[in-house]
Design a protein around this ligand. Structure first.
Ligand code: HSE
Length: 312
């Protein structure tokens, strides 16, 4: 093995996509995290530096999403060596854009390039999920899978995950609006009811099935009718000031749907490419009327996943 140093990039992601809580997400490669690894003696992970838009993350590998993912990999592969790691954060903390997942994914993708025998994508997914659990308190892959594979991704199962990339009609774009607020994923999960009303269950199931069928068949009317979260959004919207008005503004400008990205506070809207600028302006203006600053992007609903950017 001649490679001694690898840097990998993993994109941000929108989890849940309104109707697929914990199982559906899409990648957003306008921003992401980079992880640089070197092999180190002994089966340990040493976090050497954390830079970029977030710096105050734990340096103890066990408490760091990327560090924990690498430890899981060392254990599962029984590796005789460890890693020295530097993390460059491009995704804001507690933003709902899958930052903890992206660091874990970038770490396993970089590690893979330093192994004698490469991993399968599913092995990488399982290791990265261990990292995600450090941040959110539970193993789920709706940020990990899109960040790793790219595009709109459905994940079925936890211990033996099955991953399906769902085709999205090409002219559908995503408007992503990140208000400058923070929402803790652990807290946003803790407030959720443990039970679901039967009628809501039926609607949410129909909406997930309708949305995915609409994507496969290019049926915009079905996508629009289905892209509505009747279970999670109403429990979390109080965490985001102005949420109902921002969502209504997006829909009034022609968005197919608008909801919370992951645990929030970022919001996303899916819309036709031609409607995206007006949808974005309306959402940003609603937040601005509450003195809330935002970052915002218009991106294709399908973009690439994690990859190695340099090897030495
Ligand atoms: N599906 C997760 C949630 C994403 O909404 O809590 C954030 O980890």
């Amino acid at each position: 093995m001649n490679v001694t140093k690898v840097t990998a990039f993993a994109p941000a992601s929108v989890a849940n996509v309104a109707i697929g809580f914990d199982i559906l997400g899409f990648s957003v490669n306008a921003l992401g995290d980079r992880v640089t690894l070197r092999r180190a003696p002994g089966g340990k992970v040493q976090v050497r530096a954390i830079r970029g838009v977030v710096e105050d993350l734990p340096l103890e590998a066990e408490k760091n999403t990327a560090g924990r993912a690498l430890q899981a990999l060392i254990e599962s592969r029984k590796l005789p060596f460890g890693f020295e790691m530097e993390i460059d954060k491009g995704i804001p903390l507690a933003s709902g854009l899958g930052g903890s997942a992206a660091s874990a994914v970038a770490a396993v993708v970089a590690a893979n390039a330093l192994l004698e025998e490469p991993m399968t994508r599913i092995e990488m997914l399982v290791a990265a999920m261990e990292g995600e659990a450090v941040a959110s308190g539970s193993r789920h892959a709706d940020n990990i899978s899109p960040s790793l594979f790219g595009g709109l991704v459905l994940t079925v199962g936890i211990d033996q995950p099955r991953v399906k990339q769902i085709p999205v009609p090409e002219h559908i774009h995503a408007v992503i609006v990140h208000p400058h607020l923070q929402v803790s994923t652990k807290q946003a999960r803790a407030i959720l009811s443990r039970t679901v009303n039967l009628s809501d269950f039926v609607w949410q199931t129909a909406n997930l099935a309708g949305f995915i069928s609409g994507c496969y068949t290019g049926d915009l009317d079905l996508i629009k009718a289905s892209l509505e979260d009747v279970v999670i959004e109403k429990q979390r919207q109080a965490l985001i000031p102005g949420f109902p008005e921002v969502r209504a503004a997006a829909l009034a400008r022609g968005a197919l749907g608008c909801s919370i990205s992951g645990a929030g506070p970022t919001l996303f809207a899916l819309c036709l490419e031609t409607d995206a600028p007006a949808v974005r302006a309306a959402m940003v203006s609603e937040f601005a009327s509450r003195d809330i600053k935002t970052d915002h992007w218009i991106v294709p609903a399908q973009s690439g996943g994690a990859h190695v950017v340099s090897c030495e």
